[in-house]
Structures are given as C-alpha cells and as structure tokens.
Design a binder for this molecule. Structure first.
Ligand code: ADP
Length: 547
C-alpha cells in the first residue's frame, strides 16, 4: 500500500519561489567585476531569474541542454543557478582557474550549448572559443556600457540586454525531480576530470541536510559570505541553502584577497562563511599583519582540504570564531561529514576539544559511511583502525556523465553498492571520521602507513611555517620515506634541524620526515588545494640523506 500524500516533486525552482514569498526583502549583496557593490533582494533575484528563463527560451535552450558559466560569486551567477535549473536545463559551472585546454575539453565533453562569462574571463573565452564546437551563444555577464569594444568572439551578447528584452512573467515548469539540474567536473587532481550530474532531487535533499543545526546551522538571522566559489561544487550548496533559510548573502566577486574579504565581512556584518584552508590562511595573515578583528563573524566552515589544528586555534582563540571542519567531494554534492560537538563534549578540556574538532566529523543524515580493509571487510569504529572510506546516499554519484571507464561503485557482499572515496580514514566510537590521507598521498614506509596530513599539521604549528606538504620519496629499503616540503613565512627563519626537532614527542620516530626541503612556493590547483602529484614529480629524483 502506498502512502496517500501529495507527490510534489523536489525542484530547484521551489527554493527561489519560497525565498521570494517568505524572505522577499532579504538582501543579496555582490562585489561586482565592474568594481562597485551591487545590492538587491531575493524578490528582485526571482524577477530577474524569470526574465532570464524567458531569455534562455528565446535562445533555444531546452530541457536538459547544458548551459556553462565561467563566473565568480555574484548575483548574476545566482540568477543563472535558478533560471537554468528552474526551466529544466543543466547548469554547468566551469572552474576558470583550469588551463584553457582543460576548459575546452570539459565544455566539449559536457556538450555545452551556451556560455555565460564574467568580463575577467574574456581573454580565456577568446582563446578557447574556436575550440568550443557546440557553443552557439556566448554571453558576457555585464551591461552595455562595460561590453568590450571589440572581441573575436562571434556574436557576443550582453547579459543585461538579454534580460531587458524579456518579460518577467514565467511559470516554472513541473517535471520529474530526478531530472538533471547541474553538472560539475572533479578538478582532476588524481586523474582526468569526470562529470558529476546532480538531479533536482539530490540537490534539494542536500540543501535540507546542510541547513540543519549540527551541519551548517543556517537561519534567517545569518549573513553568509561564501568564499568557496560557485564554480567549486555549487559553492558547497550555499546558494540553495541560503534561499531555503532566508539568510542574507554576500558575494565577494573576484576580490578574494585578505583586505577585500575583511572589508566586506565587516561592512556587511557577515556572521558566517565557508572556504578552503588556503584562502583562510591569506585572510588570517592579513588580519594578523594589520591587527584587525572580526566584529560580527561567529563561525566558518572549513573543508576541501584538512583544517590544520593551528588554524583552528587561531580562529577560536585569537578571533573568537568557531572553525567548523567539514569533509566532502564533488561526487557527494559535496557534503558528507561535518564536525559538530555532542552534549558530552562540554566536559572536554580545551586541548581535547581541539583534537575532536580537527576531525572531519560525523556523517550528515542521508550519508551512510564505513571504512573497509583491502578485502572489503568493514573495520571497527574505534578511532584507530584505518581503511578505505566508502559512502552511499541520495546525493552521492551513481555514475559519471558520459564516461566509459566503468562502474564507479563497488558492491559489498550483500550486493549494496558503495562509492569508494579514495580517502583513507578512521572512525571513532562516536562516529567522528578522520581522514588519514588520500590513498594516493599516504606514505607507505616498510609496510606501515604515514599520514601526510598529520606530518603537515605538525609543521604548520611552527610559527615560521606558511605552507607545508609531505610527500613520499623512493627509498631502497623502506619503499618510500617522508619528505617535508616547506614554504617559510616572509621574514621568518627556521632550519631543517629546528623543524625536525619540533616533531619530537609528537610522532613515532619512524614517522619523522627524513628531510626538509625549503621552497618558495608549493603548487596549488584550481580549487586552492596543494598539487602533491606535481610536487612528487618535482622531487622524483630527490636523494634523501638517509640513503
Ligand atoms: P578533487 O578530488 O578533484 O580534488 P574535490 O573538491 O571533490 O575535487 O575533492 C575531494 C577530496 O578533497 C576528498 O576526497 C578529500 O581527499 C579532500 N578533502 C575534502 N575535504 C577534506 C577535509 N576536510 N580534510 C581532508 N581532506 C579533504
């Protein structure tokens, strides 16, 4: 017997309709590429999203057609989020920090028929346009006054003119909630980029889940500044969850330096934010150098890479901001776990609490997770056993878009299909998961595993260290041994021996790095994460002093 409840599909358009009706006067503030600050409300966003949906109809974009963007966090990008998905097409947000070759490859693979871009990216688009075999329409996200005087892009259109020509009457269509709504490619740090095609249903379920108190804890009293880009896994779902909860949104546009971020956080009274650790490092350094404070910011979600305990302490002790550690991936929409304390943790000492908060956290309801040994047998949740992290749930990928490389899921002995994340983790008795490493980054020394993240975190707790990466270097006896690669803070001095001394009593002797290499910079990828594969190439022939 089926339940007798209304079968209303979960659609992205319901979020913008809700935001208009219930939070219509709440502001969305954007720093524009044109240089000024723009402000309007959810109600105005809805009006313009409807005009844009009409414009997309006029451009011949139909159900499930892919519409690409190369854009910063801003209100026009948000209009595309809602108009494209709302009308049943698929929003493909491309990461502009990829190389032009990668951008062209991804756009062709996705069969994007239309490309909307911020003026910043005009040179990239001019370069790749001849290779974009399917793109029929190019639109610059600006007004007539800022349109480029001359461009090699065929038939380049002006966004504001497209909208101005359209009516704001538009009825969002109802369709199956399993229809695709957006498409993101993995950044390809561990192989070729792969397309993850989200549905309206997966997006809405993820939106509900991330809003909860023990997850991002979003409410109508929040002002959110997503530093995480809208081209990086849909800004972790914040553009949707903010509309659900009625939070004010502040978009930083192209200005992601410490000064611009701090100014915007203060002037717009931002209460919460989200981003990868490398961006926070920039902001914290700037604030430290200029003796600045936060007056309204209360918490920040840090994910995409491990939150270093030293950064956690700085946020909490120096700035009174709760740094909340989260873990996820493109294949998970992206949120999988988030580290919120339980009632019993109120008793913990400060140090024990920091240790707990440095973990990646507990599974968000909807995500099932387990760790397994190389034979696929489940390992205990004791905080010690580590194994391959597997997940399943309604916002986890089931197959990649137009991909021939085979089924990404692995069935267990009961036939239940799990997604192998490629991460190695422990899970403690309370369900707090901690990433030991990416399986490709873990250092395999004489049959034992050394966590590169643990070694890096210790280096980062030294005051002279700005960035640290630990990689495995070939060793004739032990297979691999750890090499610590370090960028020193400007004006700071620390020697190899001092740094190695800093590890004393923090790790077992066999986990100590065999050497330290000082460099000017560590390569970072398009999403702000360290590129350890590049670093491994760079140090391929490195001769350790222990050989
Ligand atoms: P890519 O895999 O292409 O880098 P993603 O942004 O999807 O793109 O990255 C997901 C990966 O990032 C995870 O599998 C994990 O290795 C890493 N990651 C994400 N969040 C964290 C975190 N809080 N701590 C450690 N690693 C993390």
């Amino acid at each position: 017997m089926l339940g007798l409840m209304q079968d209303v599909p979960l659609l992205v358009s319901s979020l913008i309709r809700h935001a208009d009706r219930h939070h219509g006067d709440v502001e969305i503030v954007s720093r524009r590429v044109e240089g000024d600050i723009h402000r309007y409300t959810y109600r105005e966003l809805h009006v313009r999203a409807k005009q844009l949906a009409n414009a997309l109809d006029a451009l011949g974009i139909s159900m499930s057609d892919r519409v690409a963007t190369l854009a910063w966090n801003g209100y026009r990008h948000m209009e595309l989020y809602y108009a494209v998905a709302g009308k049943g097409a698929v929003l493909h947000t491309i990461n502009p920090r990829l190389t032009p070759e990668q951008i062209a490859w991804i756009a062709n693979h996705a069969e994007d028929g239309c490309l909307f871009f911020d003026l910043t990216f005009l040179p990239i688009v001019e370069k790749v346009a001849p290779q974009l075999t399917r793109v029929k329409t190019f639109v610059a996200l600006t007004d007539r006054a800022h349109m480029p005087a001359a461009s090699t892009i065929p038939g380049l259109k002006c966004y504001e003119e497209l909208l101005a020509a359209q009516d704001d009457e538009y009825v969002w269509p109802e369709f199956d909630e399993k229809v695709a709504s957006s498409l993101c490619y993995t950044s390809g740090t561990t192989g070729n980029p792969k397309g993850v095609l989200y549905s309206h249903r997966s997006t809405l379920l993820h939106t509900f889940a991330i809003t909860w108190p023990d997850v991002m804890n979003l409410s109508a009293r929040d002002t959110i500044l997503p530093v995480v880009p809208m081209f990086h896994v849909n800004a972790w779902g914040i553009p949707y969850a903010a509309a659900l909860s009625g939070a004010k949104l502040v978009f930083p546009g192209p200005a992601l330096d410490g000064k611009s971020l701090h100014e915007l956080i203060e002037s717009e009274k931002v209460t919460m934010s989200a981003g990868v650790p490398t961006v926070w490092q920039g902001l914290l350094n700037y604030m430290d150098q200029n003796k600045l404070e936060f007056s309204t910011m209360r918490r920040t979600i840090v994910g995409g890479a491990a939150l270093p305990p030293a950064m956690l302490r700085t946020f909490e002790e120096r700035y009174n901001v709760a740094a909340v550690h989260a873990w996820g991936m493109t294949e998970l929409s992206p949120l999988g776990t988030l580290c919120a304390p339980r009632a019993k943790h109120a008793e913990l000492s400060r140090d024990a609490l920091y240790q707990m908060k440095a973990k990646q956290g507990r599974a968000v309801f909807g995500i099932d997770m387990k760790i397994v040994d190389p034979d696929g047998c489940e390992l205990p949740w004791d905080g010690k056993a580590f194994g391959d992290l597997m997940v399943r749930g309604p916002w986890v990928v089931s197959e990649y878009f137009h991909d021939e490389s085979g089924d990404p899921l692995l069935p267990d002995t009961d036939g239940v299909r799990w997604f192998p994340t490629g991460d190695v983790a422990t899970i403690d008795a309370d369900g707090y998961m901690q990433i030991t490493d990416r399986s490709k980054d873990v250092i395999k020394s004489g049959g034992e595993w050394i966590s590169s993240i643990e070694i890096e975190n210790i280096a980062l707790s030294h005051p002279a260290v700005a960035m640290a990466a630990c990689i495995g270097v070939k060793h004739p006896k032990w297979d691999e041994r750890p090499l610590l690669v370090v960028v020193r803070k400007p004006g700071s001095e620390v020697s190899r021996d001092e740094l190695l001394h800093h590890y004393e009593s923090k790790v077992a002797k066999w986990q100590l790095p065999d050497d330290v290499a000082f460099v000017d910079a560590i390569p970072v990828g398009a999403t702000g994460k360290m590129l350890k594969n590049k670093l491994r190439d760079q140090f391929r022939d490195y001769r350790l002093p222990t050989i």
